[in-house]
Ligand binder design. Structure first.
Ligand code: SF4
Length: 342
């Protein structure tokens, strides 16, 4: 007889867990106890839930698993950045990174295996798309990171386009913020996207987390060469929607701009970028490009980056050059790929 697939508790809301307990004829309050074990006490197995009777734990074990799985590999960079490799339930692999920065430890999570957005500068994009991560798999990257309890912030900036897996990403972020979970403030979370319009609108309405938009070129036809998304969601339309949005609720908006030598790093580009942003309250993060195989793109020289930053700053745009971390273990921005694992 085929064995029934067990459900994962990690990824279920308190209400869903409580309903499941009632179905198993466990007391309703067991829902809160189980959620507490999974989300706050961070147990890996149902047998660790010691305030639940042995009989009830056995009932639970018949239908559920916590859903935790440890990384298969952990690599550590000379700068302390760590890259982890997780296996997904359908046999694929994703990478997750932790980045130390003074008192912060930021987790960079993946939302998909590969990505279908095909950005020219990104190794994940070159891998193609192999599937969405489930809520469990997104949260597991946080819960099963070796230094999980020290993590202070999270960026959804790893493999995949999070707004292309909106429902699962949004539910994972909600669970992270839930009172019965880790009760994180939305200010500790940043979602980074190239801007998938319909879901971007939903995100603005349904979430209070910070938002980062990958821009990389202010000229539409040039951006299209780098990022096919420009065709269906032009950056100008995204910024127009932002102009109409109410940003007073403490949400931070930033734009990511990778500087490529001779492609998007001229004074003309800097000027056009300022024009495109149109006085929007935001910050611009300039990122040094990390060379990837089979690409002619090269990083902009340091002096061009500084000039670009200084121009933006002089025009009143808050702008920083982001320090790069984890390059020696291929954990830096745009370098994540599990193509070789297939
Ligand atoms: Fe996908 Fe982001 Fe890479 Fe573009 S930059 S291919 S959206 S992972």
């Amino acid at each position: 007889m085929e064995q029934e697939q067990k459900r994962y508790l990690l990824g279920m809301t308190l209400q869903e867990i409580t309903e499941a307990m009632v179905e198993l004829r466990l007391p309703k309050f067991a829902g809160k106890q189980v959620a507490d074990w999974v989300y706050v006490k961070r147990v890996k197995g149902i047998d660790e839930m010691t305030n639940i009777s042995l009989k009830n734990r056995e009932l639970l074990l018949g239908k559920f698993e916590v859903g935790r799985s440890d990384p298969l590999e952990v690599q550590t960079s000379v700068d302390g950045t760590r890259k982890m490799l997780f296996k997904t339930s359908n046999g694929h692999f994703v990478e997750t990174v932790t980045i130390p920065d003074r008192e912060r430890l930021t987790l960079c999570v993946s939302s998909q295996v590969g990505c279908r957005m095909g950005c020219d500068f990104c190794l994940t994009g070159k891998q193609g798309f192999q599937g969405n991560l489930s809520v469990t798999e997104i949260l597991n990257q946080l819960y099963s990171a070796p230094n999980s309890e020290a993590i202070t912030n999270m960026v959804v900036m790893g493999m995949g386009e999070p707004l292309d897996n909106y429902d699962n990403v949004q539910k994972a972020l909600e669970l992270l913020q839930a009172e019965y979970g880790l009760a994180w403030s939305p200010r500790r979370i940043t979602l980074s996207t190239i801007g998938v319009k319909a879901n971007l609108k939903r995100f603005l309405q349904e979430s209070r987390c910070h938002l980062a938009i990958s821009l990389h070129n202010p000229f539409p036809e040039e951006r299209l060469d780098l990022m096919p998304i420009e065709k269906s969601t032009p950056a100008a339309s995204v910024i127009e929607a932002f102009q109409e949005h109410d940003w007073s609720k403490q949400r931070r908006l930033s734009f990511e701009y990778i500087l490529f030598d001779g492609v998007n790093d001229s004074p003309l580009h800097a000027r056009e970028l300022v024009k495109l942003l149109g006085g929007l309250s935001c910050r611009v993060n300039l990122i040094r490009f990390h060379v990837i195989p089979n690409s002619n793109l090269r990083p902009s020289p340091e002096e061009n980056m500084i000039k670009f930053r200084d121009f933006l700053t002089a025009k009143g745009v808050t702008c920083t050059i982001r320090t790069s971390k984890g390059e020696d273990i291929l954990a830096a921005c745009g370098m994540l790929s599990t193509a070789h694992k297939h």
